[in-house]
Design a protein around this ligand. Structure first.
Ligand code: SF4
Ligand code: ZN
Ligand code: ZN
Length: 295
């Protein structure tokens, strides 16, 4: 199959665009989807980039190196999940070195005494839910501590639709919010603005991007992921575009419209009595997980 824009062989077909692309034109398409967000929301300044060693965050970092208005501050959270975390840390180092960028590392075990495996055993919580709390907290905290203008995460279109559907399926309407490429932060509560550069890109597109650009990444599966219900939901979500190539884009659009009409009030935001970061309860989830006490 030939590229729709030139005479070279195509490496991918992007169904919703009804186009096939060669390496070069796919890269243009990919960066164009990121550019759409940067231009619309006027993203600029210092951006803390959460690197996990997986394909999405690796693709995100490479893509962001093409935008001069952004200063990159990549960081890696070592979750203390056996060899898996060690291997991903090496990938994150290799990735950032290849762009001449320094990498900050936050080591959960060293800095807080316990890794995710231990924390989920102790709290009897599902590993992914414990891990989610830890990552959300540490990512925002890091971005705030370095006074970044944004915190960038590698969530792609397939992730966002899975996240929203999962909340609908579980009637978690209060979590059914924030389905946007950029979310403003709140300085009063030490909340940094969120930026999702891959918001308009599918799982398969980020995979083809890292492969065709020789970007370091790992495809290892987390040993704690087995049985995570969202994995099944995600593989189902990824098939929706066989039925309608615009299904994921349209779903996100519909979710955003529903969100705008929702009348759910925020549980009043306040500062955690232990750490001072945003929470809706007296002590935030992260501090409760670590059983940190108020002084
Ligand atoms: Fe964390 Fe679950 Fe992802 Fe493993 S699969 S890194 S436990 S969220
Ligand atoms: Zn081409
Ligand atoms: Zn706290």
């Amino acid at each position: 199959m030939k590229c729709s824009n030139c005479s070279r062989d195509a490496i991918i077909t992007v169904k919703w665009k009804e186009k096939s692309y060669c390496e070069e034109h796919f890269k243009n398409y990919f960066l164009g989807q990121v550019r759409k967000i940067i231009d619309k929301y006027g993203v600029k300044g210092e951006v803390a980039v959460a690197i996990s060693g997986g394909k999405d965050s690796s693709a995100m970092l490479e893509a962001l190196t093409h935008f001069r208005e952004i200063e990159l501050r990549p960081f890696y959270i070592d979750l203390g999940i056996e060899d898996y975390s060690m291997k991903l840390k090496d990938i994150a180092k290799k990735l950032t070195e290849s762009y001449g960028l320094p990498l900050d590392i936050i080591d959960l075990q060293k800095e807080y005494g316990k890794g995710v495996s231990e924390l989920s055993e102790k709290s009897k919580g599902a590993p992914c839910s414990v891990c989610g709390t830890v990552k959300r907290y540490l990512m925002n905290r890091y971005a705030h501590e370095i006074s970044a203008d944004y915190l960038a995460t590698g969530h792609n279109l397939s992730d966002m639709v899975t996240f929203a559907l999962n909340n609908l399926i579980n009637v978690q309407l209060s979590s059914f919010r924030g389905i946007k490429p950029v979310l403003p932060g709140d300085q009063k509560f030490n909340l940094v603005s969120r930026f999702r550069p891959l918001y308009f890109l599918r799982d398969r597109e980020t995979l083809v991007y890292v492969l065709s650009n020789n970007i370091p990444f790992s495809q290892d599966e987390c040993p704690l992921s087995s049985g995570a219900p969202t994995l099944k939901l995600k593989s189902w979500v990824m098939r929706l575009e066989d039925y309608n190539p615009r299904a994921l884009l349209n779903l996100l659009n519909s979710f955003s419209k529903i969100e705008e009409k929702m009348e759910i009030k925020d549980g009043e935001l306040r500062k955690c009595e232990v750490c001072g970061y945003a929470t809706s309860t007296r002590v935030c989830k992260f501090c409760r997980l670590l059983r940190r006490k108020t002084h």
